[in-house]
Write a protein that binds this ligand. Sequence first.
Ligand code: MLT
Length: 256
Amino acid sequence: MKLNFERTGNGKALVLLHAFPLFGKMWKPQIETLVEAGYSVIMPDLRGFGESHNFADINSMEDMAKDVAELLENLDIEKAVFGGLSMGGYVLFNFFRLFPEKVVSLIFCDTSFAADTDEKRLGRFGLIEKIEQDGSQALIENMLPNLTGEFTKQNNPNLIKDLEKTFSEVEPKAAIAALRGMAERKDHSELLSEIKVPTALIFGEEDKVTNLETAEKMHAEIPNSYLFVIKNAGHYSNLEQPFQFNTSLLDFLSEI
Ligand code: MLT
């Protein structure tokens, strides 16, 4: 599957994988900082999102990881720093399991190594039914309120508006295919202690989807990990508090 992507800057390759149901452009607030720090930032649209159109019934996290490997091969990139937020992080766990030799270091943001609980899986199937009935609008009503933190809700109406617009433009079939992919994704608990590359964990303090407890478990088990907690941010920490997020990124990148 050929992915659409954006690439900015010259230097060491840094690949950023987006959250559900967003696309590569969600990393816009990070580009300038990373380019100035000497990175070439590669931001794919994972299958089904942005301009990477795909109408499969199910898009697994593993297939998405393989797409990223294919993209890097086409770009002649052997190794890179990889970051992923939420669904992008689920894809990144798969990528690291399949292609560890390609990974210089990892940045897991607001994500989890664990598979869905039964409750979470049922919630996804409920959401799929709602999308089948009401289209992508169902994502705005049923998902968005849980994603951003209280601070953002009160202080950043423009971000909420932008997210509503992006959510409403998602192809319903692609959202459903990715929800199915997330529901059936593997558990990567066993992998945590195997991660020997430097790893940043960047989590919004108010993240209710993949919470700080998850971050702390990852921090305890991944030997060479650094935990950054972003204040006044929920699940979309890079969008909600870009300055704090970018500072954490730079702190980490200067260590590796
Ligand atoms: C995301 O932000 O990618 C999703 O909220 C992840 C999820 O639903 O588990």
